[in-house]
Design a protein. Structure first.
Length: 607
């Protein structure tokens, strides 16, 4: 009878860790331990110890101890099982220490659309495992009975097991060779260590100290204004790059700008806003050292050096990742962001996009020098703002909400363009449009963005609309000729805008122009080159690593959540559905190993 009692204690204590580990192995298979079998074994042991000892603490004769233990079990189940399942279904990665440290850099995270829009669903997903585990603990206590009065070693051991799991150092890396429950408990250690001063501050963009450029002469008083429209999370195939009978996704922009020139091979150097925009503002590669990035002149500084009035008008909340501080030192005449409209503007959705349009039109038409304006929208970021009259798709579906938000964004952009073309100065404006990155909807198993570098997360729209007579005929002919086939990276657009300003050829700015990473679209294509992609530089925390390189038509990137490399021919396979053999990307693999360090993981397509 005594043996049977001990067997019941042991077997019931193993039930929850067996579920966590077994479920993880069923989902990830060998990937669960490939990055470290010993580490994974240690995680399994910690899972057994934490669940087993805390379950035993739930049998303590003191009610307060029992309730505390059950509360911990419920919380650990809701977060370590339920939340991890949701996060993995969206990102192919669990929440660990690096992900939670990254969350420290997202102000008002509790108000973010990831949480508020899915509040009911999240409550169910977290609540079900929490209730089940709490009920199991209560039923187990009734079945096995309370422990004897001398049971204080159990709560002490439970606290010790949790502390060891929280503080264990193996969760500091981006690789995830741990069961999901242990990854969560260990991940909590990141913010805790940070708050007590024992962990580094979450990485973010550097505070700007951007160097001034020498003023140059020769800008004509009637030079056309330059307007950059920057979208948020707009994937290339979600809108129409140019007017075409085969595309009906941008009807209002089509009506206002039917002759715009759309590029079919534009891509971002990162799948997150702060990295893509820092490259766009500076014209530098995503691998640029943070100090050099902080000193680099921004596109507004180039415009000021050429004699333009400058503005950055955005519905983005620039508190995210110190985007506002990165702008420090730049010569921007007018900076207006989401918090200027709404003091506590959501960190993800910002302020209403349409509120930005009047300020942009007024700035372009104001007297004085020609205007250079960046109009940066935000409302197409998750949770995808829904506006009455633009809800053609179901609003309870993420993709439907996304399409609805893009329909309204089409109307907003068309309104800006129409307003420009009605103005005395705006009718001559050269307008460029692109997005910071794309968006995934379970393409390659992920959702949203910033989790990997597949096509859906980095391929972006790009078009240029120039009224007749504003650009020389030979330049227009070049743009139209190259648009279908020329690969364009983020920093190429920066070089193009500076070229439109006349900044690449004036003697005073020529030395600074040599530091730009991109090639102007007004000039010959650069030929074969390597463009690095990176989501995890020294300026950003990331849950799992992702880096890569494009040497068109080949693309190779490291998918951290799969611990593998993805090799694709993006000309023959633009959606990256058909991985190529590793041998075809061998030169790119060698380049990535030299640049980012060798990982040794397999390449998709290897046998």
């Amino acid at each position: 009878m005594r043996i049977r009692g001990h067997a019941g204690v042991v077997l019931s204590a193993l039930l929850i860790p067996a579920f966590c580990v077994g479920g993880d192995l069923a989902i990830r298979g060998p990937r669960a331990w490939r990055a470290g079998a010993v580490t994974y074994a240690a995680g399994v042991l910690l899972s057994v110890l934490v669940w087993g000892i805390v379950l035993e603490a739930a049998r303590h004769p003191r009610r307060a101890v029992r309730r505390t233990a059950v509360a911990f079990l419920a919380g650990a189940a809701g977060l370590g099982i339920g939340l991890q399942a949701v996060v993995y279904s969206l990102t192919h990665a669990y929440l660990g220490r690096r992900a939670l440290i990254l969350a420290l850099g997202i102000p008002h995270l509790g108000h973010a659309g990831y949480v508020t829009h899915n509040a009911l669903r999240a409550a169910l997903v977290l609540g079900i495992p929490a209730v089940l585990v709490a009920g199991f603990a209560a039923a187990r206590t009734r079945w096995l009975g309370l422990r004897g009065s001398r049971a204080w070693s159990l709560p002490i051991a439970a606290v010790a097991a949790v502390i060891v799991t929280v503080l264990a150092p193996f969760g500091a890396t981006g690789v995830q060779p741990l069961p999901p429950d242990v990854l969560w408990i260990n991940g909590v250690g990141g913010p805790l260590l940070y708050f007590v001063g024992l962990a580094h501050k979450p990485k973010a963009l550097p505070v700007g100290k951007h160097e001034a450029l020498p003023s140059s002469r020769g800008l004509p008083a009637d030079a056309p204004p330059i307007v950059l429209i920057l979208g948020e999370s707009v994937r290339r195939d979600a809108v129409c790059g140019a007017l075409a009978a085969t595309c009906d996704r941008s009807p209002r922009v089509d009506a206002v700008a039917p002759d715009r020139i759309g590029y079919r091979r534009a891509f971002s150097v990162a799948s997150c806003t702060e990295l893509a925009t820092s490259s766009l503002w500076t014209g530098m590669a995503v691998t640029t050292d943070p100090d050099a990035l902080a000193r680099a002149p921004l596109v507004w500084d180039w415009a000021r050096a050429r004699g333009y009035r400058t503005a950055y008008l955005t519905s983005q909340n620039l508190l995210f990742q110190q985007s506002d501080q990165f702008l420090h030192g730049s010569r921007i005449d007018l900076l207006h962001e989401a918090r200027d409209e709404i003091v506590d503007a959501p960190i993800d959705g910002g302020s209403p996009d349409e509120s930005t349009t009047p300020a942009a039109l007024a700035f372009v038409e104001a007297p004085g020098a020609p205007a250079f304006v960046v109009v940066h929208y935000a409302n197409t970021h998750v949770p995808y703002r829904q506006v009455p009259g633009f809800a053609r798709y179901p609003t309870d579906d993420g993709l439907g909400r996304y399409r609805n938000s893009l329909a309204f964004n089409d109307d907003v952009i068309a309104g800006l363009l129409a307003g420009l073309r009605r103005g005395a100065r705006g009718r001559r404006a050269i307008v460029l449009y692109t997005s910071d990155h794309g968006e995934a909807f379970q393409d390659h198993g992920a959702s949203y963005h910033s989790f990997d570098l597949y096509a859906e997360q980095v391929d972006v729209p790009l078009w240029i609309d120039a009224p007749p007579g504003v650009l020389p005929d030979d330049i227009l002919a070049r743009l139209r000729r190259d648009a279908p086939t020329r690969p364009v990276a983020t920093f190429d657009l920066t070089a193009t805008m500076i070229d439109l300003m006349g900044g690449l050829d004036v003697p005073e700015l020529r030395s600074s122009a040599t530091a730009l990473s991109g090639r102007s679209l007004l000039r010959d294509a650069p030929g074969l080159r390597e463009v690095f992609l990176w989501n995890c530089p020294p300026t950003r925390e990331c849950a799992t690593e992702s880096f890569g390189v494009v040497s068109f038509p080949m693309k190779l990137h490291y998918v951290g959540h799969d611990e593998s490399y993805a090799c694709h021919d993006i000309e023959a396979d633009p959606t990256e559905e058909l991985p190529r053999p590793a041998t075809e990307c061998a030169p790119l693999r060698a380049l990535l190993d030299r640049t980012f360090g060798a990982r040794g993981e397999r390449t998709a397509g290897e046998r």
